[in-house]
Design a protein around this ligand. Structure first.
Ligand SMILES: NC(=O)c1ccc[n+]([C@@H]2O[C@H](COP(=O)([O-])OP(=O)(O)OC[C@H]3O[C@@H](n4cnc5c(N)ncnc54)[C@H](OP(=O)(O)O)[C@@H]3O)[C@@H](O)[C@H]2O)c1
Length: 314
C-alpha cells in the first residue's frame, strides 16, 4: 500500500514525517499568545530535532510571516540542519511570474536561509495559469533558491499539468500537499492519490489530525475554541465519536497508542507524508509515537470502513 520511497524526490530522503507550523505565530485561527507561546514552540522544535524529525512545513501567510520568522529563529539558535518547506500564495494581485521570486526572497529573509528545500504553490488560484507559476518555480530552482518544487491543493488535472510542464524541463514535481485524514478521504475517491503515486509525486497530508479532532480530546461538550470551533457543529462532533472509539480500541492493541498516533499511522500506511501541527513539546512527543510501527492491513480496513460510516451519516 505504501508509496515506494525510491520513487520519491531526493528532497524526501529519510523524511517520513514532518511538523506543520501553521499555528506558529497565528493568532486568528490557532490563538498564538493565548495558551501557547514562543517558548512552547521553541521546545516543540527542539524536541522534534531530538526525535530525529527534521522536516518543517510553513508558508509566507502563516501568522502573516511570523511562522517563517519563528522557524528561522529556532533554526539559527539550534544551528541544526533541517529541511524547510514553505509556500507562495498566488494572490490575485500577483500578476507576473517575477512576483514568485520576490516572495521567495522575502521568505528566505524571514527564515534566515539562503535556500529552502521545498517551495510550494499554496493554492491554484487564478488568474495566472499553472504553467506560468511552474515557469516561475523553474526560475527559482535554477537560481538555487529551492532544492525542489511542490504544489498544494492542486486537483488531478492541475497536478498533471504542473508535472508535465516541469518534466519538459527535466525537473520532477516533488509533492502535492493536500488535506488528507480519516475524516477527509477525498483524494482516494477522486483519483488524486493514485495519480500522485503513479507519477512519484509525494502526497503531503495536511491537517492529518483533522485540526485536532482525531486526537479525541474534542467532543460536543468540549468543542475547540475560537474560529476553529465554528467549523464543527455539535452534531458533527457527536457523529465522529465511533471513529475515535475505534482509534482507541486499535491503539490498545499496539502498546496503548493514542488516537492521534493511530490516525497518523493510518496516513503513513496510505503512503502519504503527514505533517501534524504541534504547538508544544508534549504534542511533538506524542505525534512522533506514530513512527516505528505499523497498523495491520485489517486494522487499516476497519478504520476505512468506520470513517466511511461516520462520513456518510448526516
Ligand atoms: N497547504 C494548505 O493549504 C494547508 C492547510 C492546512 C494545514 N496545512 C499544513 O498542515 C499542518 C498541519 O495541519 P493543521 O495544523 O491544520 O492540523 P492538524 O495537524 O490536523 O492538527 C494540529 C492541531 O491539533 C492539536 N494537536 C496536535 N497534536 C496533538 C496531540 N498529540 N494531542 C493533542 N492535540 C494535538 C493542536 O491544536 P490544539 O492543541 O489547539 O487542539 C495542533 O495545533 C499545518 O501546520 C500546515 O503546515 C496546509
Amino acid at each position: 500500500m505504501d508509496q515506494p520511497f525510491s520513487k520519491r524526490n531526493p528532497v524526501f530522503e529519510g523524511v517520513e514525517f514532518g511538523i506543520g507550523c501553521w499555528a506558529w505565530g497565528d493568532r486568528m485561527v490557532w490563538g498564538y499568545g493565548r495558551g501557547y507561546s514562543e517558548d512552547d514552540l521553541r521546545a516543540a522544535f527542539a524536541h522534534a530535532l531530538e526525535l530525529g524529525i527534521t522536516f518543517f512545513d510553513t508558508a509566507e501567510v502563516y501568522g502573516l510571516g511570523l511562522s517563517e520568522k519563528l522557524l528561522g529563529k529556532f533554526i539559527c539558535e539550534s544551528g541544526a540542519s533541517v529541511k524547510v518547506a514553505t509556500k507562495f500564495m498566488p494572490f490575485p494581485w500577483r500578476l507576473s511570474r517575477s512576483s514568485l521570486m520576490r516572495a521567495l526572497r522575502n521568505s528566505l529573509k524571514r527564515l534566515g536561509l539562503s535556500r529552502v528545500d521545498l517551495y510550494q504553490i499554496h493554492f491554484p488560484l487564478p488568474p495566472l495559469t499553472v504553467e506560468t507559476w511552474m515557469a516561475a518555480m523553474l526560475d527559482a530552482h535554477q537560481a538555487g533558491l529551492t532544492a525542489a518544487i511542490g504544489v498544494s491543493n492542486f486537483n488531478r488535472q492541475q497536478t498533471q499539468r504542473a508535472y508535465e510542464m516541469l518534466a519538459r524541463h527535466g525537473v520532477t514535481l516533488a509533492s502535492n500537499q493536500v488535506e488528507y485524514h480519516l475524516l477527509n478521504r477525498e483524494i482516494e475517491k477522486n483519483g488524486l492519490l493514485k495519480l500522485c503515486q503513479e507519477l512519484g509525486v509525494t502526497v503531503i497530508a495536511y491537517s492529518p489530525l483533522a485540526m485536532g479532532l482525531l486526537t479525541g480530546k474534542y467532543t460536543a461538550e468540549n468543542p475547540p475554541h475560537g474560529t476553529r470551533g465554528g467549523r464543527y457543529s455539535r452534531k458533527y462532533l457527536e457523529r465522529i465519536q465511533p471513529l475515535i472509539l475505534q482509534l482507541r480500541r486499535i491503539g490498545a492493541n499496539h502498546d496503548d497508542k493514542t488516537p492521534a498516533q493511530v490516525a497518523l499511522n493510518w496516513v503513513l500506511c496510505k503512503g502519504a507524508l503527514p505533517i501534524p501541527g504541534a504547538k508544544t513539546f508534549e504534542q511533538v512527543e506524542q505525534n512522533a509515537g506514530a513512527l516505528g510501527w505499523r497498523l495491520s492491513d485489517e486494522e487499516v480496513q476497519t478504520l476505512d470502513e468506520i470513517s466511511e460510516q461516520v462520513s456518510r451519516e448526516s
